[in-house]
Structures are given as C-alpha cells and as structure tokens.
Design a protein around this ligand. Structure first.
Ligand code: BGC
Length: 395
C-alpha cells in the first residue's frame, strides 16, 4: 500500500508530455534536454557517450557518474542498466565490482538481468496471472508458467529517457519510462521515474516513483550483481554477508513463496550475524536444494517505509564493503546459482556459477496472489515511492 499524495508537478508534466506528443516530438524534447544539460554537465562529473544502436536504429547512451573518492558508475539508457561500478580496494587498486558486458548485443541476447532496472514486478508472479477485484490479468510467462521480473519485455529491455541533473556536488541521473496500459499484460498507464544519485559519501541512491491511471500492481528493483573482489573468475562464496532479517520466505519447486514466513534461527538462512556465504550455501537443506543455493526473499526487520540498513556484504581480501539501505519490506539474496559459464566477461573468460550475488530490495515475490503479504497494489491518485541505497566503503 502506498502513500496517497497529490499528483506531483513532475508526474503531471510527464504524463501530459507523453500523452500529447508523438514519438517524433518526444525525440525533439529529448534532444533539447540533452543540449540543455550539456552546460550543466560541464559543472557535473557526468560524461555521456554512445554505447550502441538497437536494431530499430535507436541509439543507446552510456553515462558515467563519478565522485571525489574515485568511484565511477556506468549506466546505459537500455534497461537503465548499471554496466560497471569501478571502485578502489584497500590498496587503491581500482576494479569493476559489478557483472556486466561491454557490448550492447550481449544485453540484447538472453541474460539474467545484469544491472537492470526491474519492472513492473520484481521476481515471480505465479502462473503469470493475478486479479484485482473482478478483473483477472494474464501476463507473459517467461519462467516456466511464471512471470519473472515483469515478463519477456520488461523494464530491463525498455529504452529509458535519461537526464543528467545538477544537485550540488552530487551526480544525478533521472530515468523516465512510460509503460502503456496492458504492456506485458499489466493494467494501467504507468509513469515511472527512477533517480540514480552518487554522492561523495560513496552512496549510490536509487529512488523509484510511479503513478498509474488504473489499479495495478508494482514492485520495482535493481538487479546489479556484485563481486567485491573485482575478480569475476572467483565465486562470491568468500564474501561475508549480514542480513537484518529474523525470517525468510520458503519457496516451492517453482521458486514461488509457499506463503509461510519461517524463522531463520537454526537454518542456513540465518544471516543475522555476519557469515561467510560458503558456510551453509551447500547445506543439506530442502530450501537450499530448491534454490540451488540462496535464491530467497528475506523478511526485513524494521518498519517498511523507514530507510534502514538491511544487508552488509564484505570482502576481506580487497577490504571492499557494500551496505544496502532500503525502505522496502524484503530483500532477495540471490547467489548467482544459475550463472553457468556461457556469458562473456569483458575482462576475460565467462561468468561462472556464483560469480556474482544480488541484493534486490523489494516487496515479496508473488504478493499479488498472496493476500497475507504486504500489498503491492497501486491505485490512481497514489504515488509509489521507495528508496534503496548501495553504500560503498573500504575497511
Ligand atoms: C531470481 C532468480 C533468477 C535471477 C535472474 C533473481 O531475482 O530470484 O531466481 O534466476 O533473478 O533472473
């Protein structure tokens, strides 16, 4: 359930522009904005270059956000994807710590959502359908019979309108996408704005906002895979992870939550104290077997809506640390169990099993079909608004 607010100027303007301009006109607006921001960009540490061209001729741009401490984050307009996060280790060696590709064609091919913005619904919706009132909505099935991460052409495959903004010493990118009523089967025209902000405290903040004109469901997240070692030929099982959650959601054989909220105590899912991932990732445990490792949603402690530290990942050898703060009620800890050595790593070789982990902040999977879970329904007149921060440091 989301806070009811008055329609913001931002959204009204956005909806108005999208509703009244043709594609050609929209393109003109974008060009004007790009010219306008060129001056702002000279004052901001954001660079822009061409990343590639889609088969339909659309140019995909790459933006690089930098901060005063040597962190650089590359973002492309295709899927709002983070393609690289370069950061120093404890000896000052700068390495990329997120899995990605250097060619657009690899993002266009089948891949497990590397660095992507996920919408309209993060994780699975059972049997690719849900109901609101009398209406049943059928979605595209792209994971057996389920809808995964919004379906076959989700937000990860949309071209976002990207605008660099000036905000003091912060590097800001505003990404906008207008998803039409019925897209991938979801009801309502959905105006989405995601803001990426990198500051000099090494925080990468992600703000998600959306409004609809018809009752719908929504669960946006970011699907970055991290390997804090900077060496993607090594699995992430040597990282230490802490998750502030006393319970998690057991799944069935289709990785759909069973509805049970189970205490982590005495199970391999207990990350309330920092623990090396390898310790119990292959434990003789039914839930571990179903996920092929960790691929579950943890029920976060604290109050939904309050920004709180929910997970910490640490890599001792490099000294790199990632803290995840969120307003969301859940976090999907996925240890890259399905990575199978077929996708090319630009640094050489291929991405192997467990070469990256994700900490996807979100509402619970399959919430639209599970009345006991916190609601993911969004009504006209309400504004969806969530925040997640990836905070980087060295210890
Ligand atoms: C899911 C995994 C899935 C991965 C890539 C994660 O969010 O939990 O089951 O394989 O995304 O699609």
């Amino acid at each position: 359930m989301y806070k009811i607010t008055k329609y913001s100027y931002l959204f009204s303007t956005f909806l108005l522009i999208l509703a009244t301009t043709s594609c050609k006109e929209a393109k003109k607006v974008e060009t004007e904005n790009t010219t306008e921001t060129a001056e702002q960009m000279s004052a901001q540490p954001i660079s822009k270059s061409e990343f590639g061209t889609l088969p339909n001729g659309t140019v995909v741009d790459k933006y690089t956000l930098t901060n005063a401490n040597g962190i650089a984050i590359d973002v492309i307009s295709y899927g709002g994807r983070i393609t690289a996060i370069r950061m120093p280790d404890k000896n000052g060696k700068v390495e990329n710590i997120t899995l990605g590709f250097d060619k657009l064609k690899d993002y266009l091919a089948d891949n497990p959502y590397f660095g992507a913005l996920i919408g309209r619904y993060g994780n699975r919706i059972a049997n690719a359908q849900f109901s609101i009132g009398e209406n049943t909505y059928k979605l595209g099935a792209n994971n057996g019979t389920n809808n995964l991460h919004g379906g076959p052409e989700g937000f990860d495959r949309a071209v976002w309108k990207v605008t660099p903004k000036a905000d003091g010493d912060k590097s800001v990118l505003v990404l906008e996408y207008y998803s039409k009523d019925g897209e991938m089967g979801y009801p309502g025209n959905l105006a989405t704005v995601v803001t990426y902000t990198l500051d000099n405290d090494n925080q990468f903040e992600i703000n998600y906002e959306a409004e609809t004109d018809k009752a719908t469901v929504i669960n946006l997240t970011q699907h970055a895979y991290f390997n804090l070692s900077g060496d993607f030929s090594k699995p992430i099982t040597d990282h230490k992870v802490k998750i502030d959650a006393d319970s998690f959601l057991p799944v069935d054989e289709n990785l759909i939550p069973t509805g049970e909220i189970r205490n982590v105590s005495g199970t391999p899912f207990d990350f309330t104290q920092s623990k090396t991932v390898s310790k119990e990732i292959d434990a003789d445990n039914k839930q571990i077997a179903l996920g092929g490792g960790y691929d579950h949603c943890w029920v976060l402690n604290g109050v939904t809506g309050n920004l709180r530290t929910s997970a910490i990942a640490m890599h001792a050898a490099s000294g790199r640390k990632l803290e995840v703060l969120t307003t969301e009620p859940g976090i999907q800890f996925y240890t890259g169990n399905f990575l199978d050595g077929t996708l090319p790593n630009p640094a050489g070789g291929y991405y192997g099993k467990r070469s990256g982990f994700c900490l996807e902040t979100q509402h619970y999977p399959d919430s639209p079909n599970q009345p006991k879970f916190p609601s993911t329904k969004l009504e006209p007149g309400e504004r969806y608004k969530t925040t997640t921060i990836f905070k980087f440091s060295i210890e």
